[in-house]
Every structure is written in C-alpha cells, then in structure tokens.
Design a protein around this ligand. Structure first.
Ligand SMILES: [Zn+2]
Length: 322
C-alpha cells in the first residue's frame, strides 16, 4: 500500500513538473508575440472599449504634422492588416457616396447570422470594418484598411470615437493624428481588437486626445480567433445593462453605422449592386443562380441599399438572401 501511494505521489510530481514546464513554455510563446498594445489590455468585462496608457496616445513629436496624409500598412504574410495611420484633415473627407466593399474578404471572415444577438438586419456577426472609417478618409474597398470586425466592435466600440473625431475635424478644420492598430495574437486570423489613438494637432490635444482599445467580441457569441469561426453561447442571457442604455441615449437614438454613414444599417448591403427582376419583383445578389436564369428584359441592375429596394416594393430572394 505504501509503495503504491509512493508511486502515485511520484507520478503526480512528474505530472506537476510537466504541467509547469508546458505552462512556462506557452506563456513564453505568448509573451514573445505580444504587441506593445497587448501588454496593457485587460480582458473584456462588459464594456466595448477601455483606455490604454491612461488614455495618452503614443505619437512621437516627429510623427505629428499639420499636413494631411493617410497611410495603410502592407498586409502581412498571412494576409492580415497592419496599422493604418493618418493626419486627418477636412481635405481627406469623402465627397462621394460610399461604394461597394463586398468583394473584399478580410482574414477571419466566417460569416454567420445571429438573430436576437446582433442588432442589424440581416443580423450578420461580422462587418467589413474600416480601420480608418469611411467618413474620415473616404476609402472604399481598400483591403489594407478593412478587417473582420464584429457588429458590436464596429458600432459600440469604434464608431463613437470616430464620430467624435469626424465632428471635430469638420467643425474646426484642424488636423487630427490618427492611428488604428489591429491586435492579432500569434498567428490568429481574426484580431482580438483594435487600438485607436488620436491627437488634435493645432490645439495640442485640447480638442481630441485618446488612446483606446475596442474589443472584437459579440456578447452571446463564442468566437474562435484562430480562424474567425463562431457559435452561439448556450449559457448567454441577454440583459439590458445601464451601459447599453447610455450608449443608445448618447447617440440620440440614431444608430449610424460607421461602415455605412447615413445609409442602411447593414454594412454588407450598403451601396451594393443588386440584380432586380422587374417581373417577379425579387432582388438578388449578382452571384445568385437565379440571375443566370433571368430573362434579359426582366433584369435591372440597382446600385443602392437593401432597405431602398424593400421600400420600393421589392422582396429579397430566399435563395441568396441579399
Ligand atoms: Zn437570389
């Protein structure tokens, strides 16, 4: 009996040693791929964004300029976005309508719908999420500026900051240094979140100065960041928190999508090309099989939003769910 216990004890010690070794190894590996931002990021705890480095942006004096420019980093070896940076000025703001961006497939793009969990129609989990928002620099289908981001990160995380910056630039004509850094852990194809830094130049940060991190999460959805796959969380209970109330009230009850300013709520379907069947009154994605079978005389191309088509009395096709 004693020998037996002794053996168990030995085995336990070996096991504990192996466990300690593997934990040590994995934390070393994890540590070795951390970005600067990541070291300071607390785990998500119900708030769409948190301040980093006491909200102080990290621009160096050499970086700060009053000359407008925009720069989008090259995709990395895995096709992932790298930081985008700009000196935002009124002259960079878009003067034309937003165009379709649906041809861009950013890394981690595993789209699914979550009715009741995602507050858009259709309730798509992911948006093609501009790092530097369209309202700031008017970039359309620039693959170096589009990441896979949850609806939640896009609208509750990034949009309020971006709106603040856009309003400031529009009303003062001043410049704002602006940097968006997607944070990928290891070889993950889906980013864990984005860091946004901003600093108003002419007034030395009086108008705008922040350093925040927005979480790429969607409450109620479990996300696998290695490839972006996702599933509903069976243990999730939807609750309206005081937080959510403030967000809704704070934007005056209007939910403007930063991916689609002043248009439909759905990023994927704003300014998109649809094919309308004038005879059946149905509309389709251009790639839908029904389009191939459609008679030329019934076919009409429409550039616009899903909502506009529905308002005009057309119905979305049940086959391609445009
Ligand atoms: Zn169709």
């Amino acid at each position: 009996m004693r020998t037996y216990l002794g053996k168990v004890g030995f085995a336990n010690r070996i096991f504990a040693l192996l466990l300690a070794l593997s934990l040590g190894m994995s934390s070393f590996l994890f540590w070795s791929v951390k970005t600067h931002a990541e070291e300071e990021i607390p785990a998500y705890s119900g708030s769409a964004s948190v301040e980093l480095n006491e909200n102080v942006p990290g621009f160096t004096t050499e970086e700060i300029t009053t000359k407008s420019y925009e720069y989008y980093g090259e995709l990395d070896k895995q096709g992932r976005c790298t930081p985008a940076m700009a000196c935002l000025g009124k002259d960079l703001m878009p003067t034309e309508e937003r165009q379709s961006i649906s041809m861009v497939k950013p890394t981690g793009w595993k789209q699914n719908k979550y009715p009741g969990l995602v507050d858009s129609d259709p309730p798509y989990l992911y948006n093609r999420c501009h790092m530097i928002g369209f309202q700031l620099t008017g970039e359309n289908a620039n693959e170096q500026n589009l990441i896979t981001g949850t609806r939640y990160m896009n609208v509750e995380g990034m949009l309020p900051y971006e709106n603040g910056v856009a309003d400031y630039v529009r009303s003062t004509g001043n410049h704002v240094m602006y940097r968006v850094t997607p944070v990928f852990e290891g070889k993950n194809l889906l980013c864990s979140g984005v860091q946004i830094e901003a600093y108003s130049v002419e007034d030395k940060g009086k108008g705008i100065s922040f350093n925040v991190y927005c979480y790429n999460v969607q409450p109620g959805v479990i996300i696998n960041y290695t490839n972006g796959s996702n599933k509903a969380d069976p243990n999730y209970k939807k609750s309206v928190s005081a937080d959510e109330f403030v967000v809704t009230g704070g934007t005056g009850g209007t939910t403007v999508d930063r991916s689609a300013p002043a248009k439909s709520n759905d990023a994927a379907s704003s300014g998109t090309t649809y094919v309308v069947n004038k005879n059946s009154k149905k509309f389709h994605n251009p790639t839908c099989d029904s389009v191939k079978d459609m008679k030329e005389k019934n076919k009409m191309y429409y550039e616009g939003t899903r909502d506009e088509l529905i308002q005009q009395g057309y119905d979305p096709c049940k086959r391609c769910n445009p």
